[in-house]
Structures are given as C-alpha cells and as structure tokens.
Design a protein around this ligand. Structure first.
Ligand SMILES: C[S@@+](CC[C@H](N)C(=O)[O-])C[C@H]1O[C@@H](n2cnc3c(N)ncnc32)[C@H](O)[C@@H]1O
Length: 244
C-alpha cells in the first residue's frame, strides 16, 4: 500500500463506518447481495480481502451466522482495529501477500479495494491456486462512471483512475476463472449536509488528491448543483463472480 493510501485510511479509520454507512438497510441489502452471489453456506470458510473496518464482514456474519469465523484481511492496522468483534478473525496483510500462502478458505470477497492493488493479475492467479474446485471469488467495484452528487473535478478524477471492470474480467478469465458480471443497483437517499460532511472528511480515497481549498470549492459547487436537502442517486456496483 502506498504511503498516501496508508495515511488516508489511518485518518479515516475512526469515522469510516459512520461515513460509509448510508443506512442500516443499505448495509443489510448489500450483505444479502454478497451472500447470494457467493452462494454462501454456513459451512463456508469466508475471507473478506481489503475488508477494512469489517463493516461488511460483520454484516455477512450477522446474516449468515457461519460455523467458521470470517477472516477480515487488510494492510491498515488502524482500519482493522475497528473490527472489534470476537466473531471475526483479523489479519493485517496485503491481499497479494495473503493469497500467496496456502489458506483454508473457499469463498473470497474483495469489495471496493481493487483500485488499491497494483498486482491484480498476481492476485487473481494466487486466488485461483488457493481456492478449491467450486470456490468463488466475488469482486465488487464501482462502474466506470458514477452518479454520485460530487463536484466535476472529483468525478473526472474518478473516471480517469478507476480500474475498468472489463479489464478485470479479462484478467480473471486469463487466470482460468469462469466469470459472470452483473450490475447491482442500490437506490440511495442521503441528507445533503451529511453528504457534504462526508466530502469534507474525504470519505473516498480519491479526495486525497485534492487540497483543502479545492475540497471547500467542491463543496460550494455541490451546494449549487444540488439545492435539495435530500440527495437521491443510484448507487450502482459491478459484481464480478469468478468461479473455479
Ligand atoms: C474503500 S475501503 C473498502 C473497505 C471494505 N471492503 C468496505 O467495503 O467497507 C478500501 C480498503 O482497501 C484496503 N487496502 C488498500 N490496499 C490494499 C491491499 N494492497 N490489499 C488489501 N487491502 C488493501 C484499505 O486499507 C481499505 O481498508
């Protein structure tokens, strides 16, 4: 993980869950969609790679109540400190290094973290090697364009830097996975002041590329563009299901 990304998540760790939990219903609906695509069973051994604070690791655990503890893997010790659950095992490691070693797991989730991993092909090869036949790797990321109520420069930065899901599908197929792709929509409604505070707190890692002045100007731009007190938008995710 680069120093700037490490610092970003160190600064964000205390507020991450509050900033990223649009609503309990959103978390529960996402957890359900994840379990469906993973074809999750109570006997599964699940790993949440780049699981951060365990926001979704814990939501999956609540929903599925698996026999075995889910492992939340993340290189940020500050993010992992927030997991704080006896039901979740934590492992402070980079995803590529974690998957290099043999592990006893058959379902793997990686949600909104692939943009931080430069060695994607190596990660996919490792996962294919480690998973048993019938194992599933679920990769979740945002699509090439997003409908978030953000300022223009932030959206442009996002579009330039977000990995394209089609490239990831090709890399997963090269690693021998059988791949299915789906777009999953979650309608989001959020109080505008709360959202502006999320931007001020740099809730997305792309905001680390903007100065305090640029963020302040961006917030003014959002206020002008979106005068309503409640912001509604479609939060669309790409779900890439890679099966061995
Ligand atoms: C946007 S957060 C997503 C956290 C969680 N998956 C979720 O959806 O709430 C991105 C996470 O990726 C982690 N990360 C960054 N580089 C990583 C790497 N090389 N391997 C695994 N995780 C990484 C960060 O520490 C952070 O916790």
């Amino acid at each position: 993980m680069s120093d700037r990304v490490t610092e970003h998540y160190r600064n964000l760790s205390n507020n991450y869950d509050e900033l990223w939990s649009y609503s309990p219903e959103f978390i529960a609906a996402m957890a359900q969609a994840i379990c469906d695509r993973l074809q999750a069973k109570t006997s599964d051994r699940i790993v949440d790679l780049g699981g951060g604070t365990g926001l979704y690791t814990k939501a999956i655990d609540r929903l599925l109540q698996p026999d075995n503890k889910i492992t939340c893997v993340d290189p940020s010790s500050e993010m992992l400190d927030r997991v704080n659950s006896e039901r979740i095992e934590t492992c402070c490691q980079d995803a590529v290094i974690f998957t290099e070693e043999p592990g006893n797991y058959n379902k793997v989730l990686l949600k909104e973290a692939i943009h931080h991993i430069p060695e994607k092909a190596r990660l996919f090869e490792n996962l294919y090697r480690q998973l048993p036949t019938g194992g599933i790797f679920l990769l979740i990321l945002l699509p090439p364009t997003i409908e978030y109520p953000l300022f223009t420069a932030a959206l442009q930065h996002y579009e330039k830097s977000q990995p394209n899901y089609q490239d990831l599908v090709a890399q997963l197929e090269t690693a021998n996975f059988k791949v299915e792709t789906a777009f999953v929509d979650f309608p989001a409604a959020i109080d505008r002041d709360r959202y502006l505070n999320m931007v001020k707190m740099r809730y997305m890692s792309l905001f680390r590329h903007f100065s305090d002045g640029e963020i302040a100007a961006g917030i003014e731009e959002i206020k002008e563009k979106y005068p309503d007190t409640i912001l509604t938008f479609n939060d669309r995710f790409v779900f890439i299901t890679a099966s061995k």
